[in-house]
Write a new protein. Structure first.
Length: 281
C-alpha cells in the first residue's frame, strides 16, 4: 500500500493528517473508528474510512471486536433504569418473544444483567392492566346478559369500570408478576440443575422466563386470546429455556411441567377443601 496522507475528522473535530499505515494502526487500537471521516487533496468531499477499500482489513478487524447487537429490541433501547421505552419497542419485543423464540433466545447475550428483563416485566404488566382492565370490565358487564340467553340464572351486572379495582390492579399486578417470576425462576432452575441442565446460570433462566411471562401478561390482557395463555406459556417457556441454555428441550419440559403440575394439584386441593367445608361443618 502506497503511503498516502489523509486529513481526518470525527464529530466535527480535526484529528490531524495521517498516512495510511497510521490510519490502520489507529483502527487497530480503537483511536479511529470506521465512521471517522477522511479527505485527500483533490477529492470532492469527506469519506468515512469504512468506505475506502484500502482500509477494508482494518475495518473488518474492528467489526470482529464489536459485541453483537442485542437480539431483543428492548435490550437495545433500555440502557438505564430511567429509560422510557417506546411503544414500538414494546411491540417489536413482544413479537420476537412470541413468534421468533429460537432466534431471540439462541442469540448470544452480551450481559446477564437483570435490569432489562425486570423492566420488561414491570412495563408489560403495567401495560397489560391499562389495556386489559377496561376490556375485561366490559366483558364482565355483558356476562349476565349472555348467560340469560343460554337459560342460565342472571346476576347483577358489575360496574363497567371500577376505579378502586383498577388502581389496586395497577399497583399489585406488577408486584405479583415480579415476585412470582423470581419464585418461578428459582424453582424451575433448581429442577433444571437436578436434570443436569441450566448450565448458563440462573440469571439466564430469569431473563428467559421474565420475557416469556411478560409477554403472557400482555396476551392475557386480550379476552380473545386469554384462553390460550396456559398452553402457550407452557410450550414457549420450555422451548425458550432450551434455546437459552443450549440444551435439549425435554429438561425444560420436565422442569416447567413439574411446577405446573404441583401448582394445578395445589389449586385442586384448595378448591376441594373449600367445597368440603360447605357440606361438612
Amino acid at each position: 500500500m502506497s503511503s498516502q496522507t489523509y486529513h481526518l475528522a470525527d464529530r466535527g473535530q480535526s484529528l490531524g493528517t495521517l498516512d495510511s499505515q497510521a490510519v490502520l494502526a489507529g483502527l487497530a487500537t480503537g483511536r479511529l473508528s470506521p465512521d471517522t471521516l477522511s479527505w485527500q487533496e483533490g477529492e470532492a468531499g469527506w469519506v468515512a474510512l469504512r468506505h475506502r477499500p484500502e482500509f477494508a482489513s482494518g475495518v473488518s478487524a474492528v467489526a470482529s471486536l464489536e459485541p453483537p447487537p442485542p437480539a431483543l429490541p428492548w435490550e437495545a433501547q433500555v440502557t438505564r433504569w430511567s429509560s422510557r421505552p417506546q411503544f414500538a419497542t414494546l411491540w417489536a419485543t413482544l413479537k420476537a418473544v412470541l413468534f421468533r423464540p429460537q432466534a431471540t433466545f439462541t442469540a448470544a447475550v452480551s450481559s446477564d444483567s437483570l435490569r432489562a428483563p425486570i423492566q420488561w416485566l414491570l412495563w408489560a404488566s403495567v401495560v397489560a392492566v391499562l389495556v386489559g382492565f377496561p376490556l375485561w370490565s366490559v366483558l364482565l358487564s355483558l356476562r349476565p346478559a349472555l348467560l340469560g340467553k343460554f337459560g342460565m340464572p342472571e346476576t347483577a351486572a358489575p360496574a363497567i369500570f371500577n376505579l378502586t379495582y383498577f388502581f389496586r390492579a395497577l399497583a399489585l399486578y406488577p408486584l405479583a408478576a415480579f415476585v412470582g417470576t423470581f419464585v418461578f425462576t428459582f424453582t424451575v432452575h433448581g429442577l433444571l440443575r437436578l436434570f443436569g441442565g441450566g448450565q448458563a446460570g440462573w440469571r439466564r433462566t430469569f431473563r428467559t422466563l421474565a420475557y416469556v411471562l411478560g409477554a403472557m401478561c400482555l396476551v392475557l390482557a386480550l379476552p380473545v386470546t386469554a384462553c390460550a395463555v396456559p398452553l402457550w406459556a407452557f410450550i414457549l417457556a420450555l422451548l425458550a429455556l432450551g434455546f437459552a441454555h443450549q440444551e435439549p428441550a425435554w429438561r425444560g419440559f420436565l422442569a416447567v411441567g413439574l411446577v405446573a403440575t404441583v401448582g394445578c394439584c395445589s389449586g385442586l386441593i384448595a378448591s376441594a377443601w373449600s367445597v368440603s367445608r360447605l357440606f361438612f361443618r
